[in-house]
Design a protein around this ligand. Structure first.
Ligand code: F6R
Length: 607
């Protein structure tokens, strides 16, 4: 995820508006920022690594001439956060500027081709191929609109692109495929951005640009065309009644709810991790004697689910140890022939980095799984796999958990294939099942939002909850309990359902809420026994079950339903969704702000 803005005005300096717009887009990314304007037939640029406010303090982003400009706030996907990798990016002549959100899958091939024809590159980004391609088409005599149209035929991947050139200084061109772009129609001005809040203070007249369309913005108006046929399209603007704050949250009351809803897209983007990256990681693991997993909090729960996936898909049972205890517990047992996979969404968690340092000191290989390019863990590890959730603003991890599960599933499949743990058809089937996950998660969200609100209404003042599951669902139960306690401040414990009768059952008295995670896998019948035990003692049973599991539904006071036939190894992905929603509605019902739970920080940088 990145934030894009483009503005054309008839008069007045554009730079102060670009800077303010980028601040309103900062939730989409904040590792580097840049703006370019056009004045007197030249491009003027300021860009650097860092948060917008920091960069502004250093460079004064307001201070650029011209009334036409583009800007970008970056969430790195290719190339570390740095001045060179910050957008806008340029062609060789420095006359064409481009900002981009998305991933160009075939950029390596295009870059080699362009470099072969003498183009010079100044960044490690996938984006930079775009201005160079535009340059070639403009040299052939095309105008900027036609050149961008041709470029879209060459690039593969997902994109929202905004481009301009000093050679045609009165316009901005934009197009998209898979990433958002909205257009704002002002008086003597036009705006384009990844999201409405960017231009909301200037206009609330919004036009949606759709995939496969190209738009030209000038102070005199907006022209939208079908990208492939060139047909001119008319579209009436929509009036937006949101405030900038509401718009930033996409109309949701909190970032957490927005991020829960973004999970299908986050999975889809993470499923696009390049196969070479997965194969390289799988090769390291396959050459190691033992595989260790380490992480904290929610990432630790992803590791526990991953442990199950590695065992069931690749035939390897990893050793899991919480990162804060890793050096003490694993100690000298760790050998140079071992591999440690460290999982951390932020890449900055001190406990996890501490564990990684220990692993490096012992000579073990370290693979990092993180959502943040250029974070500390990426420098400490031998190799990194980057998940694609985009920035997560809510303190409670939701979509980053989902993408960790996705990446671990992909890695298990790559490892299983490499080790020939089973027949190829088994891995093909698992890959297909994983591709269906965005839709399954999407359906789960839709089905359960209202149910979660009702269940929260009923149970919000119970004070204490048990979450129980077996096998991979222990990870789901632990995550459900963590979400509930951290944002609604209800006491909750996640436990193995099998273990529950060895102690926790003593807590049960009439009305005590017990949440069962009950996929239709081979643990179901034994889990049903645990439900009966709890019911016999008067517990209120809340179950997360597969749709049409009538037997379990009849044993439950409240049910959340997940689509049928979910592969056992991936069940945490849909089954955790109702628990995220439940904790969210529990917190709001109790009057707490789920985005900022007390005593917690988004990344914990103390040991
Ligand atoms: C829970 C949560 C924390 C983090 C933990 C590790 O919602 O967000 O438990 O999972 O602090 O953080 P990362 O993944 O950044 O290492």
């Amino acid at each position: 995820m990145c934030g894009i803005i483009g503005v054309v005005q008839r008069k007045g300096l554009v730079a102060p508006f670009l800077y303010q717009a980028l601040k309103r887009l900062e939730y989409r990314g904040y590792d580097s920022v840049g703006v370019t304007t056009i004045a007197n037939g030249k491009l003027y640029t300021k860009k650097d690594k860092g948060k917008i406010e920091e960069v502004h303090k250093r460079l004064n982003l307001d201070d650029l001439p011209g009334s036409i400009g583009i800007g970008h706030t970056r969430w790195a996907t290719h190339g570390i956060p740095s001045m060179y990798n910050a957008h806008p990016h340029f062609d060789c002549s420095g006359k064409i500027a481009v900002v981009h959100n998305g991933v160009i899958d075939n950029f390596l091939e295009l870059r080699r081709e362009l470099a072969g024809r003498g183009h010079r590159f100044n960044s490690d980004t996938d984006t930079e191929v775009i201005p160079h391609l535009i340059e070639e088409y403009m040299e052939e005599g095309l105008n900027i609109v036609e050149a961008v149209r041709q470029v879209t035929k060459r690039i593969r991947g997902t994109y929202a692109i905004v481009a301009m050139t000093a050679q045609e200084p009165e316009k901005i061109v934009c197009t998209r495929d898979g990433n958002p772009l909205v257009i704002g129609q002002g008086d003597g001005a036009a705006y384009v951005s990844s999201d409405i809040p960017a231009f909301l203070p200037a206009t609330n007249n919004m036009i949606l640009l759709l995939d496969g369309e190209i738009a030209t913005l000038t102070p005199d108006g907006i022209r939208i065309e079908n990208l492939s046929t060139g047909e001119v399209l008319t579209r009436d603007p929509i009036k937006i009644s949101w405030t900038a704050d509401q718009a930033q949250k996409g109309g949701y009351p909190h970032f957490m709810l927005k991020e829960i809803h973004e999970q299908p897209e986050a999975i889809r983007n993470t499923l696009r991790i390049r196969q070479e990256v997965l194969d390289a990681a799988a090769e390291i693991i396959s050459k190691s004697d033992r595989l260790f997993l380490t992480a904290m909090g929610t990432s630790g729960h992803a590791a526990l689910a991953g442990r199950f996936m590695f065992a069931s898909i690749a035939g390897i049972l990893p050793i899991f140890e919480i990162a804060s205890d890793f050096p003490d517990t694993v100690g000298d047992v760790l050998q140079p022939s071992d591999c440690v996979v460290a999982i951390t969404q932020s890449g900055e968690t001190s406990d996890t980095i501490f564990a990684v340092k220990h692993a490096r000191e012992r000579g073990a290989k370290v693979l990092a799984l993180t959502n943040v390019v250029g974070s500390s863990i990426t420098r400490a590890a031998d190799r990194t796999i980057i998940t694609q959730a985009g920035p997560e603003i809510g303190v409670a991890a939701t979509k980053t958990f989902m993408v960790q599960l996705t990446a671990l599933a992909l890695l298990s499949i790559a490892l299983g294939r490499r080790m020939e743990a089973r027949q190829a058809s088994f891995f093909d089937a698992k890959s297909e099942a994983l591709q269906r996950m965005p839709d399954i998660v999407s359906e789960t969200i839709v089905r359960n939002e209202e149910v979660a609100r009702r269940v929260a209404e009923r149970y919000h003042d119970r004070g204490s909850f048990l979450f129980l599951g077996r096998g991979i669902s222990i990870a789901t139960a632990l995550e459900g309990a963590l979400k509930l306690k951290e944002i609604s401040y209800n006491h909750a414990e996640g436990y193995s359902a099998g273990e529950s009768k060895h102690g926790p059952i003593a807590l049960i008295e009439p009305g005590f809420p017990v949440v069962f995670i009950a996929p239709r896998d081979n643990t179901r019948d034994r889990l049903m026994g645990n439900i009966m035990e709890m019911r016999a003692r008067g517990a209120s049973i809340i179950s997360v079950i597969e749709r049409n599991d009538k037997e379990l539904a009849s044993l439950s006071d409240d049910v959340f339903e997940v689509p049928q036939n979910v592969d056992a190894e991936f069940s945490t992905m849909p089954f955790v969704v109702p628990l995220q929603l439940l904790s969210y509605y529990m917190a709001t019902k109790r009057g707490y702000d789920p985005d900022k739970p007390r005593n917690l920080a988004k990344s914990v940088t103390v040991l």
